[in-house]
Every structure is written in structure tokens, then in C-alpha cells.
Design a protein around this ligand. Structure first.
Ligand code: ZN
Length: 255
């Protein structure tokens, strides 16, 4: 038997039999892993209050020689994020981000950049320093970059005209092509959504910039709404699936 220790974020927790939980962790050292927390349901002392969703914890896991899940040996709470837990809206946003990571990340694949991004937005979400919508825009645009699925906002998807050279203030976006279209190439017949140049500039800036600067960008509520609607359509479209938690988020969110 071998063991390893790593910081981790709790992505999912499901009942397993009468006594145990299966916990899906996003670990810093080994990417996404599922582990079994034995007797965590039965014993009040064992892992009490530690294995809550989105908590950042330090874990020690034992990997047996036989097949089966690694066993969670120790777990120490680092950041419990009480303000996320007590707000339905914050929980909904964190659930959406966790679902994206859980659904589209392969098990056992180290993803340090994504780990740091998730940790950062959770801490900001808990602190209420930035708006939930702004953090979600930041998370989604960076998540797409890390996954190699960034929308093409720099140039027309057809003729490659640079966005700065497009005169119109609103630019068509083609989901199938994954990018913007200049006025010449824009579809006159198909109903495609338009993005304002202001939003395009902000998204490009966030994509490149570091997290701390990106989160300080001041956006109007209209801009937040437009950016959210765009990304919450683009992300499911390119991942080929509608996240369940996104539906719930959209139901409870009021602009
Ligand atoms: Zn064009």
C-alpha cells in the first residue's frame, strides 16, 4: 500500500452504503480523483464538517494494491467558505464551476492552472469582494483557455479581419464557428447573436490578464449580463452538454 498527501477541493460527495461517502476531489497533485471516506456517515467525529462541497482541505489518501478506490485516511480543513454555503446564489455559481471541472476533466490528470483558478474564484466568491457574475465570467473564459476552447474574439472567423478594424459597435458571433464575424461575412439571414465591442474587449483582456487584475475590472450590470449570457451559451455549446447546475443558477438569478 502507498499513500500520498495533497491539497484538494471537494467537488462532489455521494452516499456509499450505510456508512461511507465517495468523495470526488480536485487535487493539486493528481487532478481529479474519487476516494472513499470510510465511516464518515456513521461517526460524528470522523471528518466532521471537513468534507463539505467546495471546501479546500489537505488530504492523505491510501492507494491499495487491489482494484478499488483509494481510501481517504486524513482530511484537514483549510478554507471552509462559510459565506458560499449560506448563500443560495453563491452555492449555485460554485456548483456550476465544480460541474464544469467534474464533467470535463479526465481523472488523474494534473491541472495546476485550473486548480489555482478554481481556488481563486472560490476565495473571492466567499469574500464578496467581486460580484458573482464577474467571477463566473472570469472562471469561464479562463476555463475555456485552459481547455483549448477559447472563443475566437480577435478576428473574423471567415476573412480574418482584426476586431479593431471592424467598424460596427456590435459584432455577430457564430457559435458553430466559435468566433466573431465581420460585417461583410456576417449572416444576413441566420439569426445570430451580437456582441458589443466593449464586451469583446473585456473578455480578451480577462483571457490574457492575471487573475487579480482581471477581477478588478469594473463592469456595468448590462455588461455583466451580456458577458454571462454569451459564455453560458458558448460553454455548453462547445462542451456538447447543458450543465444541470447552470439551469438552476439561471432560475434563481435575478439581474
Ligand atoms: Zn469577415
Amino acid at each position: 500500500m502507498s499513500s500520498y498527501s495533497t491539497p484538494a477541493i471537494v467537488l462532489r460527495k455521494i452516499d456509499y452504503g450505510e456508512y461511507d461517502f465517495v468523495i470526488t476531489l480536485f487535487t493539486l497533485k493528481k487532478g481529479k480523483v474519487s476516494v472513499i471516506a470510510k465511516s464518515a456517515k456513521k461517526s460524528k467525529k470522523r471528518f466532521a464538517g471537513v468534507l463539505e462541497l467546495f471546501s479546500i482541505i489537505d488530504v492523505v489518501c491510501n492507494v491499495g494494491r487491489r482494484k478499488g478506490l483509494p481510501v481517504l485516511q486524513e482530511a484537514t480543513l483549510k478554507y471552509p467558505f462559510p459565506n458560499i454555503r449560506t448563500s443560495m446564489l453563491k452555492t449555485a455559481y460554485a456548483s456550476y464551476w465544480a460541474e464544469l471541472i467534474n464533467e470535463w476533466m479526465e481523472s488523474g490528470q494534473k491541472q495546476v492552472q485550473l486548480y489555482q483558478l478554481f481556488q481563486y474564484v472560490l476565495r473571492e466568491l466567499d469574500s464578496s469582494r467581486a460580484s458573482e457574475a464577474a467571477l463566473s465570467i472570469l472562471f469561464q473564459i479562463k476555463f475555456l483557455t485552459i481547455s483549448g476552447l477559447s472563443p475566437n474574439l480577435r478576428q473574423c472567423s471567415v476573412c480574418r479581419t482584426e476586431v479593431e478594424k471592424i467598424k460596427e459597435t456590435r459584432v455577430q458571433f457564430d457559435y458553430a464557428n466559435g468566433g466573431i464575424l465581420c460585417n461583410e461575412c456576417a449572416s444576413k439571414t441566420l439569426q445570430k447573436p451580437f456582441l458589443s465591442k466593449g464586451i469583446i474587449k473585456q473578455l480578451l483582456w480577462m483571457e490574457k490578464g492575471d487573475l487579480v487584475k482581471a477581477v478588478r475590472i469594473k463592469s456595468s450590470s448590462d455588461a455583466l449580463r451580456e458577458g454571462s449570457e454569451f459564455l453560458e451559451t458558448f460553454v455548453p455549446y462547445h462542451l456538447g452538454k447543458e450543465p444541470r447546475s447552470l439551469k438552476f443558477l439561471q432560475q434563481i438569478r435575478k439581474w
